[in-house]
Structures are given as structure tokens and as C-alpha cells.
Design a protein around this ligand. Structure first.
Ligand SMILES: [Zn+2]
Length: 290
């Protein structure tokens, strides 16, 4: 009897809709008008969670699926921009937390696209669990399982239609964190686009980045990711949480300055603030965090 109740409790916890108990989800899922970022790159996410569509006449790429309950918004954004969800050929992900990957299973079903992810991320997607070596194990929701995921390596270039997108492993926030770069052109001017994964040292209360048995390389991983951000050509930065790259502020400035989204220093700036965040977190851990 006890076992039965236990199983019931566990299955309830794992099948419940995150919207019913996620305290940030309503804010993250606030509506947002889709818009062109630059050239063939469009913002199709919610106000709080990024999702980017890169288009070509022979097929599109979608980065991130936000929450499971963001899918209707993402789909209607893509359609209202005049594109077909069925033309998405490839879906990729920044990191496999429910606020960026929760919608991917459904978006894959709707589009028939292939999903490609880093090895660690792909494994989590296939299982639909939060693994022990995720710093946020125990405090976040699992995602819906993704049926078919292919694995990408660092610096691998993926193609869909005429689009080429490069995977850059940027671990730290999770072991499988991935940033993505591509080029978009407008009126003969081609820019370096960067979708940079979250690099925040967020964890459950009992996880320590300085001495985790499950993730012993966490600090070195963050360093590697900051180095990527500091060195990658970066004209327009977009982040899974749009606030982290001041997207709304820059978009408002675009009313008076058509180039307001362009900032070649943006990736280096993000690396700098991320380094400071990690430094503060490590100091906190040194002083007996709890
Ligand atoms: Zn996350």
C-alpha cells in the first residue's frame, strides 16, 4: 500500500504540468510580438524565454522551445511571420532545462524536424529526466522526452536549407550547455549572430560548484565557456533569457537607431558579468553556503 502511494506520488510529480506549480512560468510565458532580429533571423519566443527562427527557402532552424506551454505562442509567432512550422528542418537547444527545452518534444512532433544536441543534452532529452549531475537536480521539472535526437560535437556545423549553424559547447550551467553561431545578411551586410547559452551558477541548495562529486569540472567548464564568449565574432547577441542580453532595452532603442541590436562588445560584456557572478558564488561557497 505504501509503495503504491509512493509510486502515485512520484508519477504525479513527474507528469504534472510545470505551469501549475512553477512560480516563474507565468512571467516567462508572458506574450511577446514576434519580430525580425536581422536578415533571416526572427525572435519567436515569449517575453521571458528566447526562441529563434532562422529561415531559408529550403527549410528553417529553430533554437530553443521554451516551456511546454510556450509552444502555442511559438507556433503562432512563426505563422504570423509568414513561415510554416512544417518547414522547420532542425531544432537545437541551449540547455536542457524545462524553460528552454520543455517545448521541443511537441515542436518536433508538429514540424517533423530533426533535433540535434550535445551528447549530455541528447541523453537527457531521450530520457526526459533531470540527472544527478545537473546542478539543479531535485529543484527543477523534467522535460517531455524527445523521440529522436542526434548528437553534435564542439565546432560541428549543421545545415538546414541554405543555413549553416555552428555548435559551441559552453558547459557550466549544465554539462551539456551549447551556444550557437551563424551569419545573417541584410542589404549585403552579413553579421555574426550568437545565441549564447546561460552561464549562471544556479543550483539546488546542497550543490557546491567548488566541490561537487557529480560535476567536478564545473569551474573549468565555466572558464572554457567564458573564453568562447570572449573570442567568438559577435555582432548580435541573443540569450535564452532575453533580459540577460538586454534585448528589450535594445529593441526599444531600435525605434530611433536601426542598428541598436548590433553590439560587437556584447559577448565580451556577458562573459565579464558572468565571471563576476561565478566569483561571487564561489566566495559564498568558501564562506560556508547554506
Ligand atoms: Zn537553466
Amino acid at each position: 500500500m505504501f509503495l503504491f502511494l509512493f509510486i502515485l506520488l512520484i508519477s504525479g510529480a513527474f507528469t504534472q504540468n510545470p505551469a501549475s506549480s512553477c512560480k516563474n512560468c507565468a512571467v516567462w510565458n508572458a506574450p511577446q510580438q514576434p519580430f525580425k532580429i536581422y536578415g533571416n533571423t526572427y525572435y519567436v519566443g515569449t517575453h521571458g524565454l528566447g526562441s529563434v527562427l532562422i529561415t531559408s527557402p529550403a527549410g528553417h532552424i529553430l533554437i530553443d522551445g521554451a516551456l511546454a506551454e510556450s509552444v502555442p505562442q511559438i507556433v503562432s509567432h512563426i505563422r504570423s511571420l509568414g513561415f510554416r512550422v512544417e518547414d522547420i528542418k532542425l531544432i537545437v537547444n541551449s540547455h536542457v532545462h524545462y524553460d528552454h527545452a520543455g517545448g521541443i518534444a511537441e515542436l518536433q512532433k508538429l514540424s517533423g524536424a530533426r533535433v540535434a544536441a550535445s551528447a549530455w543534452t541528447a541523453d537527457v532529452m531521450r530520457k526526459g529526466i533531470v540527472p544527478h549531475d545537473d546542478p539543479q537536480f531535485g529543484v527543477i521539472f523534467p522535460i517531455a522526452r524527445v523521440a529522436q535526437v542526434t548528437t553534435v560535437k564542439d565546432a560541428e556545423v549543421l545545415h538546414a536549407g541554405s543555413i549553416a549553424i555552428t555548435a559551441h559547447l559552453t558547459p557550466g550551467h549544465t554539462k551539456g550547455g551549447t551556444s550557437w553561431t551563424w551569419r545573417s545578411c541584410e542589404n549585403g551586410q552579413c553579421l555574426n549572430m550568437v545565441y549564447a547559452d546561460s552561464l549562471t551558477p544556479v543550483s539546488s541548495d546542497d550543490f557546491l560548484f567548488t566541490r561537487s562529486k557529480d560535476y567536478p569540472n564545473a569551474i573549468a567548464d565555466f572558464e572554457r565557456s567564458y573564453s568562447f564568449l570572449e573570442s567568438t565574432p559577435c555582432d548580435i547577441l541573443i540569450t535564452p533569457h532575453p533580459d540577460f542580453s538586454k534585448l528589450w532595452q535594445r529593441l526599444e532603442q531600435r525605434n530611433s537607431n536601426p542598428n541598436a541590436l548590433i553590439d560587437p562588445a556584447a559577448c565580451r560584456t556577458l562573459a565579464g558579468t558572468s565571471r563576476q557572478d561565478l566569483k561571487a558564488r564561489l566566495a559564498e561557497e568558501g564562506h560556508g553556503r547554506k
